[in-house]
Design a binder for this molecule. Structure first.
Ligand SMILES: Nc1ncnc2c1ncn2[C@@H]1O[C@H](COP(=O)(O)OP(=O)(O)O)[C@@H](O)[C@H]1O
Ligand SMILES: [Mg+2]
Length: 308
């Protein structure tokens, strides 16, 4: 199947010599949801900006719906919706006016029905005639999404859509992405949050220092990268780790006050209940237990150490 988005050998060196992207290759299938995970400065916004034609690539090419993003810019751009990372909205305009204008930018005829539907979908219909500057941050973000959707794009880019938004809006966003996928829209989003990728993505790409380290099916990636840690606080500190616990992989931390066991999330041999009875059998008294999941940062560090 031909990909709806194809990125080939993309490089970007900014004027100051900063290399933001290094030989990025990426194909995205129609209707797929791809999450790009990466720390600040990894190159996520640069990649999206080049695909959308806002920033020029130093070398390489991008095709959207088969159209070259440089030589066939208008055709390529008409298939794309972009919700930028930064909140930028015209302050005196109204949501309705702003959406009409966005359609016009793409050379589309006015369509009050479509504008109404998009505003309703994003719970902005009540505010359609209010000045944008009077809207809350969450509403402004919804409006940016509405603006990106009003010309009915085939590929929607969401650059850190939930950075700094409240839980309710985050849930709405995830639901909206699921609905768009049902309509056959392809979604590429960037995020810091592994749980966000976990909640909505089909595939996950990990980008760091301008390199796309891997692109992998979500479930495979989570299983292979996600680490869990069992932490057991002890009633009385141990001076020595019992051999039976050492054999199970436990280590002793915090001056003997805590037992730790790290394991892969997909490791079916780890049963927390069995671990606790092993601790009990070793005669160790437990004060409290927690399980901790490795953070995205820890996963990145692990990945970066593995990458050549
Ligand atoms: N306009 C610019 N000029 C020079 N360097 C830039 C510019 N925009 C981004 N960069 C640099 O490129 C790298 C990637 O940035 P960016 O694409 O914004 O990453 P991300 O979105 O993953 O945080 C960073 O080192 C950043 O400082
Ligand atoms: Mg960014």
């Amino acid at each position: 199947m031909t990909p709806v988005l194809s990125v080939q050998h993309l490089n970007k060196v900014y004027k100051d010599g900063q290399q933001a992207l290094r030989d990025i290759n990426l194909d995205v299938a129609k209707g797929e949801i791809l999450a790009l995970l990466g720390p600040n400065g990894a190159g996520k916004t640069t990649l999206i900006s080049i695909i959308c034609g806002i920033v020029n690539a130093t070398s390489g090419r991008v095709r959207v719906g088969g159209f070259d993003s440089v030589t066939q810019f208008r055709q390529a751009r008409s298939l794309i919706g972009l919700v930028p990372q930064e909140l930028t909205t015209d302050t005196f305009e109204t949501p309705k006016g702003s959406l009409n204008f966005s359609r016009g930018l793409f050379g589309l005829p006015p369509d009050p029905g479509k504008v109404e539907q998009v505003l309703r979908d994003l719970s902005l219909w009540d505010k359609k005639d209010n000045r944008i500057m009077t809207l809350s941050g969450g509403m402004k973000r919804r409006l940016l999404i509405a603006k990106a959707l009003v010309h009915e794009p085939k590929v929607l880019f969401l650059d850190e859509p939930t950075a700094g938004v409240d839980v309710a809006l985050r849930q709405d966003m995830w639901q909206m992405v699921a609905q768009l996928r049902e309509q056959g829209v392809t979604v590429v989003l960037t995020t810091h949050y592994i749980e966000e990728a976990e909640a909505i993505a089909d595939r996950v790409g990990v980008i760091s220092c301008g390199k796309l380290l891997l692109v992998e099916d979500k479930y495979k990636l989570m299983a292979s990268m996600g680490q869990k840690q069992l932490q057991v606080d002890l009633k009385t500190p141990l001076t020595e780790l019992p051999v039976t616990l050492a054999e199970l992989g436990f280590s002793l931390q915090n001056h003997g006050q805590q037992l730790l066991l790290g394991y892969r999330r997909d490791d079916e041999n780890i049963a927390v209940g069995a671990m606790l009875s092993a601790i009990h059998q070793a005669g160790v008294e437990v004060a409290d237990i927690h399980t901790v999941q490795s953070s995205l940062e820890e996963i990145f560090i692990e990945l970066l150490q593995e990458s050549p």
